[in-house]
Write a protein that binds this ligand. Sequence first.
Ligand SMILES: [Zn+2]
Length: 282
Amino acid sequence: MKNLFLKIFPIFLLFSFHFAGITQSRTVRTITLGQDTVQLIIYEQKGGDHVFIHVHENETASLQAGLQALSKYGGKLVTLAHSFDGTKNRNVTFRLGKNQYVFDPNRIFTKDMSVLTGSISLVKGKGKVDGQITGIADRLAKAIWNELEGYPLIIALHNNKNMPAQYKTRWLFWKHIEPESYSITSYVRKFDQSSDSGKSCSDIYINPSINNSEFFIVTQRADFDLLYRLRYNAVLQNQNPVDDGSLSVFAAKKGIRYINAEAKHGRVSEQSAMLNLLLGQR
Ligand SMILES: [Zn+2]
């Protein structure tokens, strides 16, 4: 009897899933980078005209919140997988011959080859970051963009560390100050100096009761106004942002509506609430 139940139960599950009208597909596209690969894992569900993009493999809370929002509102979600040894890494590493290179996958969306060259570092070997190397990173950027193109709204999913400035010891005696990590206050002009983030920002709204790690970055004034009305932390990217190879600058140049949801690592429920706040308005 137990065996029969086990046989029937999965069929029942499949049917109930189908009857509820929820069908989610999962596709994997493999991009070759020298001797290594990056997988684009693509989830699709009927319903929304937005696409979620998750480029930093180690930012797992934002992926979890994104998948929850996909189940609720539909749309498409694209995530990158490139560590196949059980670890999760922010940066993509690839080997070509005896050389090994590394780059941040959110710094490769640019037509400016000097920006792209600056985004890639040699970590092993004696090679150079030449046209062949930038070409490899550019091919990945194009493959990702290909999945996002055509959607009127791109929602990027990110997590940050939210750590204050602190002393760190290196080489036993040498101490140095680690600056405070990235947050909404990175966009505030401090001590008479603008950071690169600050140079790309036109307006900021900070709700004093919300932590500085949870905020949206938007590229269109209407989205900033909406978030201000909802009293949620928001940064409006300006009309002439610094080209740092990031997707927010690239999407804005193409005139595509882009919203980045940032939350501290591990804060799935907070980030989920942020996505509900955003998508529940539509
Ligand atoms: Zn990120």
